[in-house]
Design a binder for this molecule. Structure first.
Ligand code: NAG
Ligand code: NAG
Length: 323
């Protein structure tokens, strides 16, 4: 199982996982062992030493990559250095998704989000992305865990937009500012997805936990493989300051960089070596991590759908009241 997930090159790493519940990045691994550039012509590229995958965006096209493997429960870590200076209008993403069988379902789910964000027209970029998704073939329902870094003008903060779709239902947006300049250096962004919960971590600090409350009637993605995607695209209709600030194309090409991608199989959560493995947070997060998450949310969360009374004037979604 684990071996299959990581392939022979990663078998040493998988052994480490079995013994210690941790995977130390093995020096020399190439980022394109795990990721492949899938669109944007030559706008997506891997450095000759294999260490850095760059995506670029210009007026003509966006670019993107996907993971070579799909996963049903995984911890995905990737380091990203975001577009520097005036990144207004650009969106850099990292998300795992299982798109829907019916194009219309994905379309309506995504368009729903876009409408919430105030987008009226679909961009060519979006259609590109959409075509990529449906090209994956037959899918049952739309599951997704979404991290989108919304650019800003020089000196103003990026917004990390997060959302989760399960069984085609999304609308669970939370947004954060970051406690560092994400363009000055690489930082680690992680999605920990297990049968028990989904955790989003920034440099190891949990910022969001979505628990599996399927037994209480809240849809949770737990039955289908998902694939990691990364994209850099233009969304100046809605991304920055509500769409008021547009992309300054004189700054193009915009470039975002990704490195040190790792994916750990977390189906093995039941094995004693992994369960309760501190930094892995495979089953539950400990008191220290709870405290760190509270700090991040108290100080850096700038939007929470569970607190949006304009959007939910009568009652918040069920899960908002669940611990
Ligand atoms: C950002 O601005 C600084 C200072 O003007 C400049 O040195 C740097 O090259 C710029 N970076 C990018 C990616 O344009
Ligand atoms: C951009 O900066 C403004 C002003 O600081 C801030 O309100 C906003 O959340 C930032 N992010 C985006 C994506 O607009």
């Amino acid at each position: 199982m684990i071996m299959a997930a990581f392939g022979s090159r990663r078998s040493a790493c998988a052994l480490v996982v079995l013994v210690f519940g941790l995977c130390v990045v093995v020096g020399g691994a190439r980022v394109d062992d795990g990721l492949e550039v899938t669109w944007g012509d030559d706008r997506g590229s891997v450095s000759p030493d294999g260490q850095v995958l760059s995506l670029s965006l210009d007026r003509t096209s966006s670019s993107g990559f996907r993971s070579r493997n799909t996963y049903l429960f995984a911890r995905v870590d990737v380091q990203i250095k975001l577009v520097a200076n005036n990144s207004a209008g650009t969106v850099t993403t990292c998300y795992v998704i299982k798109p829907a069988a019916h194009a219309g379902v994905v379309l309506s789910a995504i368009v729903g989000t876009f409408f919430w964000l105030g987008l009226v027209e679909l961009t060519v970029d979006f259609l590109f992305l959409f075509l990529q998704l449906i090209s994956e073939g037959e899918w049952d329902v739309h599951d997704e865990v979404d991290l989108e870094f919304l650019g800003n003008v020089t000196g103003e903060p990026y917004t990390l937009h997060t959302n989760v779709f399960a069984n085609g239902t999304g609308g669970k947006e939370q947004q954060f500012h970051l406690w560092f300049d994400p363009t000055a250096d690489f930082h680690t962004y992680s999605i920990v997805w297990t049968s028990r919960h989904i955790l989003v971590l920034v440099d190891g600090t949990p910022i969001r936990e979505i628990k599996n409350n399927a037994d209480k009637g809240v849809a949770y993605p737990a039955s289908q493989q998902m694939r990691l995607y990364g994209t850099l695209w233009n969304a100046d209709d809605w991304a920055t300051q509500g769409g008021r600030v547009k992309t300054d194309w004189s700054q193009a090409p915009f470039v975002a960089q990704y490195r040190n991608f790792t994916a750990l199989d977390t189906t093995s959560a039941a094995t004693p070596a992994v369960a309760g493995g501190g930094t892995g947070y495979v089953q539950e997060i400990d008191a220290t991590a709870q405290q760190a998450m509270k700090w991040a949310r108290d100080n850096y969360m700038v939007y929470d759908y569970c607190a949006d009374t304009k959007r939910f004037p009568l009652a918040f979604p069920l899960e908002c009241a669940m611990p």
